[in-house]
Design a protein around this ligand. Structure first.
Ligand code: DAS
Length: 364
């Protein structure tokens, strides 16, 4: 008699079979989890964590209100592609990010990536300064593991909110071995951008992040990343910058040029203690006659001057619109003024030599 004759025996058999099945399911789940990448999501705020009064509120919403666990729970598909943990590093609209928060975030990233059980990191961030945080991390993260910065242009409550799919794609990218060694990446709107060259190019549209002339480095299609080019400038493990012992960054500011500009802004920034000054010049980094004397004096007083351009694309030529050799100025190469500021801040943690700093601008 194969089947137990008594109810008691049958119950025991079913109990055994149930336990066996449960154990098998648990083992399968553990086996699956073991194959998935371990991705940590560091949340900092922004629109991706924003909420609006109604589903059609796409401007005038409140950024930085939704916590990291809610962001993760809103995209259950993430659990199928990665073992995800979430940390709320801070909760801000990114126009308010501080040097102290940059250092806090960078130190947390480096600590996590040094752990063998972390395969990649996603940072959710406001879009207003996303490109700056990404470039700062590109210069100070000391790991080849993927670090992906992501945001959204519509709040989580909006019709066709772009945050959930951007977050899902960012996790896929951060968990992809092929994403390693490419520097910090920005994943928005199904595109993959290099941190050095991407910029926010539209105030409100979902396709705002662009690398217009140098181009994206890849796409994410159907949740799968595809890469088409490498970045040429040094980053992450190949940089000379180390923030591990820093608790502040040198004060560096940007003075913007325009028709009929004078020297008030330059003088005020220098008087306020700027150790470095990026001049966002017109054209090829041109120095307006009414601004130039103040920049020359600031240099003589020890402030490092970097000639950048407000134009957005192209190389600011050394000794082109000004005799940089004679003035002892540095040129920003193709870096935007806001990113030139970041490189100059880190450069000043190492040296005040303009020769060395110019080398850095041609290296990173
Ligand atoms: N204020 C913007 C910011 O936090 C909202 C956003 O676009 O993320 O950067």
């Amino acid at each position: 008699m194969l089947f137990p004759s008594t109810a008691r025996a049958r119950a025991a058999l079913f109990g055994f079979l149930f336990m066996f099945a449960a154990a098998a399911v648990q083992a399968e789940a553990a086996n699956t989890a073991a194959k998935l990448p371990n991705v940590t999501i560091l949340a900092t705020g922004g629109t991706i964590a924003g909420t609006g009064a109604s589903s059609t509120t796409t401007i005038g919403y409140t950024a930085a209100t939704v916590g990291v666990q809610s962001l993760i729970q809103a995209v259950p598909e993430i659990a199928k592609v990665a073992n995800v943990t979430g940390e709320q590093v801070f909760q801000i609209a990114s126009e308010n990010i501080s040097d102290a928060q940059w250092l806090q975030l960078a130190k947390r990233v480096n600590l996590l990536l040094a752990q063998s059980n972390v395969d990649g990191i996603v940072i959710t961030h406001g879009t207003d300064t996303l490109e700056e945080t990404a470039y700062f991390l590109n210069l100070v993260v000391k790991s080849k593991k993927p670090v992906v910065v992501v945001g959204s242009m519509r709040p989580s409550t909006a019709l066709s909110a772009d945050g959930p799919i951007n977050l899902y794609n960012a996790v896929r990218l951060a968990g992809t071995p092929e994403a390693a060694g490419r520097g910090v990446l920005v994943a928005m709107n199904d595109q993959v951008h290099a941190a050095r060259d991407v910029t926010k190019a539209n105030t409100t549209t979902a396709d705002t992040f662009r690398t217009s002339e140098l181009g994206v480095i890849g796409y994410i299609q159907g949740g799968k990343p595809f890469f088409y080019r490498e970045v040429s400038r040094k980053h992450t493990v190949d940089t000379e910058f180390d923030i591990s012992k820093l608790d502040a960054l040198p004060q560096v500011d940007v003075a913007y040029a325009y028709a009929n500009v004078g020297d008030v802004a330059v003088n005020a920034l220098v008087a306020a203690g700027a150790r470095g000054l990026v001049h966002a010049g017109v054209g090829n980094g041109s120095l307006p006659a009414k601004t130039r004397p103040a920049l020359v004096k600031a240099r003589k007083d020890g402030v490092v001057i970097v000639r950048a351009s407000r134009v957005g694309q192209g190389i600011v030529a050394r000794n082109g619109e000004a005799n940089d050799d004679e003035l002892d100025f540095v040129v920003a190469d193709t870096l935007s003024p806001q990113k030139a500021r970041i490189l100059l801040m880190l450069a000043l943690t190492k040296t005040t030599s303009t020769r060395e700093i110019q080398r850095m601008f041609y290296t990173y």
